[in-house]
Design a binder for this molecule. Sequence first.
Ligand code: HEM
Length: 509
Amino acid sequence: MDVTWLLLGLAVALVLAWLVVRLSAWPVQHILPGLGVDTPPGSRLFGHFFEGIKHGIFDVQTHYYSMFKGKKVYGWNDFKTPTIVLRDLDLIKDVCVKHFGNFTDRRDLVRFEPPFDQNLLTIFGDHWKRVRSAVSPTFTSGRLKKMSRHIERNAKLFQRLLRRKQESIEDIELKEMMSRVTMDTIASTGFGLDIDTVNQPDNDFFKHAQAFINPNIGLFLVSMVVPLLGKLLSSVGVKFISQKSSDFFKNVVEAALRERKESENAGQFNDFLDLVINAEEKEEGDTDEKAKVMRSLSHDEILGQALLFILAGYDTVSSVLAFTLFLLALHPEHQRRVQEELDSKFGDTDLEDWVPDYEGVQSLPYLDQCINEAMRLFPPGILIDRICTEEITMHGVRFPKGMTVILPIYAIHMDPDLWEDPQDFKPERFSPEAREARHQFSFFPFGHGPRNCIGLRLALLELKMVLASVLRSFDVTPCGKTVFPVRLSSWQLVAKDGLWVKLDRRGHN
Ligand code: HEM
């Protein structure tokens, strides 16, 4: 009797295993080839899941991308999720811009806990359209100009810290340093808070922001390459944001909202919260009822965007600041050109606590070129994605409804057919002539089209104000701890050996 049950159990297990293999292999065998999309060899059971795990987010991207040279697209499978990766730049343009209406959403990768699940990055369809329309006016020129005063103040504090470090001949790790000034800028431009992380890195705001960004950005990136793993981890209770930290930020934002509603100074903080609170009343000529509804945000939506302000603006900006300065330290000839540009534009203004203002950074073309080249080599958005929301055929490729589409930013930025010696730091690639001669979509660190990075202009403003103030006052040079070329960690845009440099004061005054 026991043996019969054992055999029966074994038979059922075998049938189930066979079903799992068949079902898991289904898209590998049929969907992508059925669409005429080639895939690299993968496991029948797991698709390309373990390739993603084995190689990490950078190598798996460049490896497959180069394997399908000459093709418009290629595919991979995450267990049962077929994915089309775009190689052709015209196709990328059409997905982002011309046929955006068919590709409005992103993948549902990681579930945020309510109320933070209402953030722009992860909401869909008409909900996204309404929230984006409400948040967009935060980043108009007028608003940015007012926000720049917060950046100016933080950059001054930062400069004093660097001066102290330089005077005590301390080497500095750029990512850590840049994280401090970036967090201060987020707190002040976002929530009107002066937290002074530059001088007090143990403040609660910084600690909680680190706690929810650091461990979980890893989960987010893993999910980008292997979405199923991200969902599995979320479903077994691995949270994208730690509960303690999410409670902390909920309290911070709610306290600020309460205070402003009661305060006579509401609307004069020149920050993100001001705008979202008053979105309805503040827009000029808002007589149109539909426009008013489009621009109003619920309480939970305000909390969701406030969180995203920290999440999307912190690691991105601090990484670009750190990598740009590091690359300039390793390439003194380019650093000198940036300094000459600054000296000739700002003449003999006093260097003590010098930070350019909003107008001052509007025309610094060589600094722009260096920032772009740093973002080409080290793009914080390593890849981006869209979901096909309406079936469409473009450039001979059919995209069924529901298909996941990947835009491999890092691989395109490293494509030797688009960039000669792609590993080298050459800011000249971004001269007006070189840009003119290149496909517009060969460089897109902020994404493209209506769903591109909403914080692009704020990010560039911050980058230029901080970099200009540092480079005008200091020479940045390699030190004993410098490791170059940079070795990136497999899953994050993080230099394994840190980004170590030393500073020398420039002799202007
Ligand atoms: C150097 C700095 C930054 C880089 C490289 C960057 C990059 C990106 C990329 C690649 C995307 C996806 C775009 C797409 O899918 O087409 C994105 C989206 C987004 N970014 Fe940024 N970002 C930066 C800074 C910021 C800042 C400072 C903020 C906010 C203050 C911000 C807020 C957002 C938001 C809200 C989205 C989602 C937009 C939407 O879905 O409508 N980013 N960013």
